[in-house]
Design a protein around this ligand. Structure first.
Ligand SMILES: [Fe+2]
Length: 295
C-alpha cells in the first residue's frame, strides 16, 4: 500500500461566491483565512483545508490529492505509475504552495481524466482549531483521510485494477447489476472501506460524481438532510449502503456535483480483506431513492 490517505480534493467553479455561502451555510465548513477571490479553502479538521475551490471557466473536479508517508514512498509511487506507461510530472513551486504541501508529483488518470496528485506533508493547523460554521459535531478523518471521492469512468474494473496494480489500493468490492456486470468499484488505502470509487458512465456531464464526508453523529446527517430539503438540493433520500453500511444522503453543490454526508460506515482490515461483490437490485438495501439515476 503506497497511499496513506485521501488528503484533499480540488475543483473549479464558475461561481465562487455561491460556493463561499454554500461552504459555510450548507456544508458547515470553515473558510480558511488565507482564501481569496480566486481560491476558496474549506476546512473540516486539523488540516489547512480538505477542499480547494478555484474560480474558473467550468464546473468539475480539478485534482485529487493522495498522501504518502515520505519522499521515498513518493518516488516509489511515481516509478510504479511510470512503469505502466503513464507520465508523472513534478509539481511547480506555486502548486505546492497552493496545495500547502512539501512535495507533489502528478499524473493524468488514464481512466477518468482527473489529475491525480501524490503528495508529502500536507499542512496541519493545530490552533486555531476547526470550528464548524453551523450546528455540527464535526467529521471523522485523521488516519482514515478526508472521506472518499467517486469518479466516472467507462470500465470500472479496468480502472480499479490500474490503481490496485500501480499504487497498491485494495479492491473492497464491486456493485454488480445482475446480468449486466460491475457498475461500481470501491477501493481502499487504509481501514476506510473506500477512499476512491468508480461509477461506470462514459456519458456523464462531469468527471466527478461525489465526495463523502463522515459525520461524527447520526444527528448531523439528519440536521443536514433537513437543511438540504429546505433548500431543495437533496439528490437522494436518506438510506443505508449495503457495502460500507453508511447511513447517508446525497445533495448537490453550486457546481451540480454531489456531496454525501454519512454516519458510521464500517471500517475494514486492509491486510485481511478479500474482494466482495453485491447486487444492485431493488430490496438489497433501503433508502437512497434517486441514487441509481444520480449524475
Ligand atoms: Fe459515497
Amino acid at each position: 500500500m503506497l497511499i496513506s490517505q485521501l488528503a484533499y480534493v480540488g475543483a473549479s467553479t464558475t461561481d465562487l461566491s455561491a460556493w463561499r455561502g454554500y461552504g459555510t451555510e450548507v456544508l458547515g465548513l470553515e473558510v480558511a483565512p488565507d482564501s481569496d477571490d480566486g481560491l476558496l479553502y474549506l476546512r473540516t479538521d486539523e488540516r489547512h483545508h480538505r477542499l480547494g475551490i478555484h474560480a474558473g471557466d467550468h464546473d468539475d473536479v480539478s485534482y485529487v490529492g493522495w498522501e504518502v508517508a515520505d519522499h521515498s514512498t513518493l518516488e516509489a509511487a511515481a516509478a510504479s505509475i511510470e512503469r505502466r506507461g503513464v507520465t508523472v510530472h513534478s509539481g511547480k513551486p506555486t502548486e505546492l504552495a497552493d496545495r500547502r504541501v512539501l512535495e507533489l508529483v502528478y499524473f493524468d488518470c488514464p481512466y477518468t481524466g482527473v489529475r491525480m496528485e501524490i503528495v508529502v506533508g500536507h499542512e496541519h493547523v493545530f490552533t486555531p482549531r476547526f470550528k464548524p460554521t453551523r450546528d455540527l459535531a464535526g467529521f471523522r478523518t485523521a488516519e482514515l483521510g478526508m472521506g472518499h471521492v467517486v469518479l466516472y469512468t467507462a470500465d470500472v474494473q479496468v480502472a480499479a485494477e490500474f490503481y490496485r496494480d500501480s499504487l497498491g489500493f485494495g479492491i473492497s468490492d464491486y456493485g454488480v447489476i445482475p446480468g449486466v456486470g460491475p457498475l461500481a468499484a470501491f477501493l481502499h488505502c487504509n481501514p476506510r472501506h473506500h477512499s476512491l470509487a468508480f461509477i461506470a458512465n462514459d456519458k456523464a456531464p462531469r468527471k466527478i460524481q461525489h465526495v463523502m464526508f463522515e459525520t461524527r453523529t447520526l444527528d448531523d446527517v439528519g440536521l443536514s438532510y433537513d437543511l438540504c430539503l429546505e433548500r431543495e438540493i437533496t439528490a437522494t433520500s436518506l438510506g443505508r449502503h449495503n457495502n460500507d453500511r453508511t447511513f447517508s444522503f446525497y445533495f448537490r453543490n453550486p457546481s451540480q456535483w454531489m456531496f454525501e454526508y454519512g454516519f458510521e460506515p464500517r471500517t475494514i482490515d486492509p491486510d485481511n480483506w478479500t474482494t466482495e461483490h453485491y447486487l444492485l437490485k431493488p430490496g438489497n438495501s433501503w433508502g437512497h431513492a434517486g441514487l441509481m439515476n444520480m449524475v
